[in-house]
Design a protein around this ligand. Structure first.
Ligand SMILES: [Zn+2]
Length: 305
């Protein structure tokens, strides 16, 4: 089912990463710059992430002896330094998720680079090192993102959805490892409900959401894939959902032969295999198109609407 499965370490059948994007209230300021300060209920819902959920999740990982990856907008690191400390003290990786959750593909290239670098500066100041990984806020990876990641020394990206196993993103500037996920493994479609974001899904019972995640896991286990959850502390870190997550982790442990890893470890492993010639990842050349496709030009306004 997977044309080019990865020889995972120690005979593992698949790799698993429970990644969390700690957006906190950055997304509210971005969506409603002039009125975010007046939206206190939404603010409290989002602040639940760094203040209540992150310490709980770190404790959960500790219980299972797992080290995982958290993606943080750098503004959230500045705003919630205690959450940063808790994450780092737990042995977890913090990776780059924009400065204020700005959307790269809606910005000119220079502006995208400005915010990326501003975020890197925060990482260096607060963690003593540059980030190794990046996930574009709201998956909005731009036509220029790869070039900026290569030039700024990133090892991997985790924004795209183009495979079931790691692959490489390449352009004329260089390459990074892509660690893909997809919407079935995101928690917004299962749990998000907020008038302030005009986003209302019918909220699933936690175990029903876990059925989707577990089905994805079972398939990855069977065929040698990479399972990456894209979850948010303010959503999945809620109490009943955390209980269900613990059950899912237990299920995975019981099934066995699973490599639980931070994404920087997965990326380093892919590089190691590639250099040794043990396994050759697929390569995606970016951008996919130099511009809008000519078949739908301005002469076809009805079709292109
Ligand atoms: Zn985010």
């Amino acid at each position: 089912m997977i044309a080019n499965p990865v020889p995972w370490p120690d005979g593992a059948r698949c790799a698993v990463a429970f990644t969390f994007d700690m957006d906190a209230d950055s997304i509210l300021h971005l969506a409603h710059h002039t009125s975010a300060d007046t939206r206190l209920a939404a603010m409290s819902m989002l602040r639940y992430g760094p203040e209540i959920a992150v310490p709980r999740l770190v404790e959960l990982y500790k219980r299972f002896g797992m080290h995982q990856t958290f993606f943080l907008p750098a503004w959230c690191m500045e705003r919630y330094p205690a959450a940063v400390d808790v994450i780092l003290q737990g042995g977890h990786e913090i990776a780059h998720h924009g400065y204020l959750h700005e959307h790269p593909n809606e910005l000119p290239s220079e502006e995208e680079l400005y915010w990326l670098r501003r975020g890197i500066d925060v990482f260096v100041t607060m963690t003593g090192e540059r980030p190794r990984g990046f996930r574009a806020p709201t998956y909005k990876f731009s036509r220029h993102t790869l070039t900026h990641l290569v030039n700024e020394g990133f090892v991997y990206d985790a924004s795209l959805m183009g495979d079931d196993v790691p692959y490489l993103l390449e352009n004329t500037t260089g390459r990074v490892v892509e660690l893909p996920s997809h919407y079935a493994l995101d928690d917004w479609p299962h749990f998000m409900a907020s008038r302030d974001f005009n986003y209302f899904m019918s909220i699933k019972p936690p175990r029903q959401a876990m059925e989707v995640y577990a089905a994805e896991f079972d398939a990855m286990w069977e065929y040698g894939g990479l399972w990456i959850a894209v979850w948010h502390p303010f959503l999945s870190g809620r109490l009943a959902r955390c209980v269900a997550i613990a059950e899912l982790i237990e299920y995975m442990h019981q099934k066995g032969q699973v490599w639980f890893a931070r994404l920087d470890e997965v990326a380093a492993y892919v590089q190691q295999l590639t250099q040794a010639g043990t396994w050759t990842p697929r390569v995606d050349h970016l951008p996919y198109y130099p511009g809008p496709i000519p078949e739908l030009g301005e002469a076809e306004p009805t079709l292109a609407r």
